[in-house]
Write a protein that binds this ligand. Sequence first.
Ligand code: ASP
Length: 432
Amino acid sequence: MTYSVSLSKLLENIGATEGSKLSVDSNGKTYIGRLMPHHSFSGGDILILKLSSGYNIGIRIYADSEVKVLEPPAPVPKKEAPLEKKKGLPNIVLIGTGGTIASNADNRTGAVRPALSVSDLIEAVPEIRESANISARPFLSLFSENMNVEHWQELAEATAEEINNGADAVMILHGTDTMGYTAAALSFMLGDVPKPVVLVGAQRSPDRPSSDAPSNLIAATRFCAKGGAAGVFVVMHDTLEDDSFAVHIGTRVRKMHTSRRDAFKSINAAPIAFLDEEGKIKFTKKKRDPTTEKAVAKTKMERSVILLQFYPGMDPSLFEGIMMRSKGTVIVGTGLGHVSEEMIPLIKKACDNGSVVVVTSQCLGGMTSLHVYNTGRDMLSAGAISVKDMLPETAYVKLMWALANSKDAEEAKKLMMTPLAEEMGDRRTADV
Ligand code: ASP
């Protein structure tokens, strides 16, 4: 569906095309913005403008409304031929998976959809070529709520392949919603990866003036190029401004806000480094130096693992079937990791059945402990284990990995209790 015949005519008469800057006087109000294509969710006489805030607005056009063209559409940047590799600069491979960082407005709905190709994004942010030779590996184009275990496995394999083919670093464009899960999955699958592997995303799409996509991308590139740190990291805004960026350890990071640019926080660990707007990097702790070793992707995962949030009034009978069918359950308990007395017999039944039950905390901050209260002791006797200060989603990913990489439940439990990718500390080593 396009604009109504009368509105299309009006736009044609004044020479307005998609992207033209318009001033619209309608119903006693004036609006200024760029003309967007019509979408199928509103009437044909509703004109869609993208305001300078980045938001779209629909304005009903009446017979007496006045529409004027203020500026023609901004010129579309010319596609550059791939640049020659510059000597002396590190080679970074950018793997695209989609997400807001690689999105723009859908012509049909006006909603944000993953659409930009990785090369488009490289061309849109030419600054990233100043510190590295960047090449693109298109991989997926989806929002991260649609990522699944197979995607993590393929991504780990692609990352290892690029490193083994000579990449000095791999940067992964990813949706922010489940970036922490993917970062944790890559951390376990890639183990002591010999190069930097950096996930980066954006809270606001690149077609919005307030987008954090370019600044996050520049910071991530600088960290890959100059950080000299091997491991899996997430680089995102540290503050609301473009003046500080945090480098989070892949197993310790969570999206803590739906929309703020500084949504990503390290939990129970400080970010490993910060970058300022000039790209100066300050490490807060010891880093692992990159090596020339080969990257190895251990991607086996046990799929029969569930992540269960305990809540007051939880009815064990609703969860019996699923817990008994699962090889592993991560419970996100209250406080130190507790569940109600009613749930404990089910934990015992699942453990006696050979399942691994792992306890984390809804508090996120601080240690779990099943030794303090009777509830916790009863959970321990039932067979549950707690995993110190590990994030619930990290425990979920790790349990899938641990079960697939051990001969039995006992070995998997031991792996769960052993720090493998800085995913857990203890009271002595906790730095926040
Ligand atoms: N839903 C989007 C995603 O996770 C949000 C984003 O990218 O920021 O892919």
